[in-house]
Ligand binder design. Structure first.
Ligand code: MSP
Length: 512
């Protein structure tokens, strides 16, 4: 595959952007940058989901005009993603007129095909999920497992429904025949389990008497569109559907999502698409949840909420990107706190990478007239290390998926550690006292600096700004414009080329 269309969920604007939102969007950016480095074409969308009951309630509570509220909140998400260095190609807002027009068009199409029926529904509604809940979805205490603090609402309403059950068999066959479609595989097993039971119709409307923030139904102006039906459609309107040009990207789609929204993305969404004669998303990849230390769910009451803005103010955006990438293990919940951030920052970033760069570049810069040492011969031992570093980083940084990200980072960190140990062991600062050893010193330093260059190139998708700064110290240009397949090979650093300005990549941080 020569291209990829990566999307994140679009986030509700009923609160401030939090660490979970930052996570999915940063992972999407990492994958995009890694694909660009492979010479692939990539398109990334993220954004905000601005309709529905809970956004409406939040807007009302704010006392602001609804549109002002949505603009402000959506802007907050965009600012956080910009600060995190996310290179999105499109920042989606479901209040965009072109998107809203297509949502109505899709409803009319399905309505005309007789797939939408009007009927009375009685059931419990969770505004946290913006979903109706069956008895079997609830905890023994009768609460939503994801939103135990939200009071379920008893609703008795006449609404419009999309028939889902007629497509169940098709979807089950599809999921069975396409094992790569939903990752990690445990979600596929869960999905296949869900598809054993008959499926209820999907309610696609809300009466305006209850919710007015939404896309009006084209065939009944007393109703607006259900927020999930509207939001999922963003994935195709972003790439120009119904214009044929959506085919430039849609076959390469990769939806990144948290484990909370598998059902909407892997049951309702493919069925909506199938009804429209559009293929399912090419791939859906699921990650776990961020929780506080000790595995507790983050909550204001417990005081363990980690605010992405506070983390960036303290450690910088790249340190947050790095932490999120390194510590989310597949779909298992992972812990974050300011103290855990500090540990990772200190041991992996400052003591490993920062230390190697500072020690080697400062020493080489002062002893070799401000240029990268140019040894006459690279000593065979140094050469062996150089080749191992290039091979290991090259192998780790071949094509990787979201679930591989921590392993890729650990592999790069291992090479940085190996370089650190090698330099410590050879001690060029002692060796240089012997004038005859100068060429060997040059050889060690060259290999260490060239190895660091490989480390920064490998790290680029994860910590782009820091990697570029590190490369600048080594006199290299930044990686932002890379469009050709990147090859990780030893010896690319130009001997005798000038160092850039020395910078401290990871200054000491004290948590007050
Ligand atoms: N608006 C819907 C999605 C519509 S997509 C067509 C929605 N929004 S949300 O604001 O609740 O965001 C949910 C997503 O945010 C999760 O699927 C996940 O990507 C991310 N996260 C939110 N909290 C999270 C954690 N605590 N940990 C990790 N990611 C989580 O659902």
């Amino acid at each position: 595959m020569s291209k990829v269309y990566i999307s994140t969920p679009i986030y509700y604007v009923n609160g401030a952007p939090h660490i979970g939102h930052a996570h999915t969007t940063v992972m999407a950016d990492i994958l995009k940058r890694s694909r660009l480095m492979m010479g692939m074409d990539a398109w990334l969308t993220t954004g905000t989901d601005e309709h529905g009951q809970k956004n409406q309630e939040a807007a009302e509570k704010s006392g602001q005009e609804c549109q002002d509220y949505l603009d402000q909140k959506s802007g907050e998400f965009r600012t956080v993603f910009d600060r995190l260095g996310v290179s999105y190609d499109m920042f989606v807002r479901t209040t965009r007129p072109e998107h809203m027009k297509q949502v109505a068009h899709i409803e009319q199409t399905l309505f005309d095909q007789g797939l939408i029926v009007k009927k009375k529904y009685s059931g419990q509604y969770c505004t946290g999920c913006e979903q109706f809940k069956k008895e079997s979805d609830l905890t023994p205490e009768g609460r939503c497992p994801d939103h135990s603090n939200v009071e379920l609402e008893q609703t008795d309403e006449v609404n419009y429904f999309l028939q889902i059950e007629p497509y169940r068999e098709w979807l089950r066959d599809y999921a069975e025949q396409n094992p790569e479609w939903l990752q990690p595989s445990r979600y596929r097993s869960e999905l296949l389990g869900m598809l054993k039971e008959p499926l209820e119709d999907l309610c696609i409307s809300r009466p305006k008497t209850r919710v007015s923030l939404g896309v009006e139904l084209p065939f009944d102006s007393d109703y607006v569109t259900y927020v999930w039906f509207d939001a999922l459609i963003n994935y195709i309107t972003n790439v120009g559907w119904p214009d044929e040009k959506y085919n430039d990207w849609w076959p390469y789609s990769m939806h990144l999502i948290g484990k909370d929204i598998v059902k909407t993305h892997c049951i309702y969404w493919p069925i909506m698409l199938h009804a429209l004669d559009v293929a399912p998303p090419n791939q859906v990849v699921v990650h776990g949840y961020w929780v506080g230390p000790g595995g507790q769910k983050m909550s204001k009451t417990l005081g363990n909420v980690v605010d992405p803005i506070e983390v960036m103010d303290t450690f910088g955006a790249d340190a947050l990107r790095f932490y999120l990438a390194k510590h989310m293990r597949g779909s298992v919940d992972s812990q974050i706190s300011m103290e855990l951030m500090l540990q990772t920052y200190t041991s992996d970033l400052a003591n490993n990478i920062g230390n190697l760069l500072a020690r080697v570049s400062k020493f080489a810069n002062s002893r070799f007239d401000g240029v990268i040492p140019a040894p006459e011969n690279i000593h065979p031992d140094d050469q062996k290390l150089a080749e191992a570093v290039a091979a290991n980083i090259g192998k780790a940084c071949g094509r990787y998926e979201m679930t591989d990200i921590p392993d890729v980072l650990n592999a790069i960190l291992a090479e940085a550690r190996a370089l650190n140990e090698y330099v410590a062991d050879k001690a060029p600062w002692t060796m240089i006292k012997d004038e005859d050893a100068r060429d060997r010193v040059a050889s060690i330093l060259y290999v260490a600096l060239d190895g660091l260059r490989l480390v920064f190139e490998g790290l680029y998708p994860f910590v782009p700004e820091t990697a570029n700064k590190g490369l600048a110290v080594l006199g290299r240009e930044n990686m932002n414009q890379k469009v050709h397949q990147h090859v990780f090979q030893a010896g690319d650093l130009k001997p005798a080329s000038a160092f850039g300005d020395m910078v401290n990549l990871f200054p000491r941080i004290d948590l007050k």
